[in-house]
Design a protein around this ligand. Structure first.
Ligand SMILES: Cc1cc2nc3c(=O)[nH]c(=O)nc-3n(C[C@H](O)[C@H](O)[C@H](O)COP(=O)(O)OP(=O)(O)OC[C@H]3O[C@@H](n4cnc5c(N)ncnc54)[C@H](O)[C@@H]3O)c2cc1C
Length: 287
């Protein structure tokens, strides 16, 4: 199907892009286009104006600041993160997730920030950024504001941005201990959305867990933060008993439905198994 009629603009600065959004023409930002374009072709989205930000400079970065916080710009592609030596060195949960997003074609264009803005309950990055206690930086007429990832998604395909705001980057706070973790995902075939995805991010100091983040993809109407499981890990070592308790609590937090991807029991079992595997690897790395 062809999209509805729309105006297309490709501004060369962020200020120009923000001005265009203010025209109130039912505008949509276009980043990688890997979700917006299919929606437009299916006519589930019919914006009057598409503001393509691909010519806006200064948004393609992923880098550490002086304090060790990781900044991922709005035009940093999934593929940039997949190939990133920086992520491999400092951010194991994101490094594990990047190659599991969609397929190589989608990864070449799609962006992490676009993925967060799209707010698909099946999106992988939402779980990863939630587990890492990340945030989204939005710029609008009143300047910049930072929105915690847990407050950013208001519902399926709904985010907290005002219509005249652009998400300029995602920020992952610097770890205060040794970071470890991973992202495990079962997909029916390569490039599919998750049957179940589990993001695990822990920080340890002298074998003691000082911070834990666990978030689940594909097992509820939205991304789920397994807070009871997180709390069960903090303050002790990653012993088999504590890992098993956290895995049970994460499985209890899941709200899976039986569908073409599998039964609810199967998906809950996968959550438990993935938490044990991700934390088991973490324990091995720490040893
Ligand atoms: C075949 C296929 C398989 C896929 N599989 C997966 C998968 O396994 N896992 C997964 O997580 N995702 C998957 N995706 C989605 C993919 O990751 C998209 O790239 C991502 O969801 C959106 O990023 P984008 O940059 O392409 O955003 P776009 O499509 O450009 O935009 C998506 C939405 O976000 C808004 N937006 C984008 N950037 C901004 C911004 N900077 N500020 C404000 N609003 C913005 C747009 O207006 C639009 O509403 C798949 C997509 C396809 C086509």
């Amino acid at each position: 199907m062809y999209p509805s009629r729309f105006r297309y603009e490709a501004p060369r600065s962020l200020a120009e892009a923000l001005d265009l959004l203010r025209t109130g023409d039912e505008a949509k930002v276009l980043a990688g286009g890997q979700s917006l374009v299919p929606l437009m072709k299916l006519r589930f989205a019919a914006p009057g104006l598409v503001v393509d930000i691909n010519n806006v400079p200064g948004l393609a970065h992923h880098e550490l600041d002086a304090e060790g916080n990781l900044h991922v710009g709005a035009l940093c592609r999934h593929a940039d993160l997949e190939r990133s030596q920086l992520l491999k060195a400092v951010q194991p949960t994101m490094a594990a997730a990047a190659p599991l997003i969609a397929d190589p074609i989608v990864r070449n264009r799609g962006t992490l920030v676009g993925s967060l803005c799209h707010a698909d309950p099946q999106g992988d990055w939402a779980s990863v950024v939630l587990a890492l206690d990340g945030a989204i930086v939005a710029e609008g007429p009143a300047g910049r504001r930072t929105i915690a990832a847990r407050d950013f998604v208001l519902g399926p395909f709904q985010n907290a941005l005002a219509p005249d705001e652009i998400a300029v980057e995602a920020v992952i706070p610097a770890p205060r201990g040794t970071p470890a973790g991973g992202y495990l995902k079962l997909e029916r075939r390569v490039g599919d959305f998750a049957t179940v995805g589990v993001a695990v991010a822990v920080e340890t100091q002298a074998d003691m867990v000082t911070r834990a983040g666990i978030a689940l993809t594909g097992v509820g109407g939205s991304t789920i933060e397994a807070t009871d499981a997180e709390h069960a890990l903090v303050g002790g070592a990653l012993t088999p008993d504590r890992v098993a308790e956290a895995a049970d609590l994460a499985a209890a937090a899941a709200r899976p439905k039986t569908d073409h991807r599998g039964t609810a029991e199967f998906k809950r079992h996968l959550v438990r198994t993935f938490v044990v595997r991700a934390l088991g690897r973490t324990g091995e790395e720490a040893a």
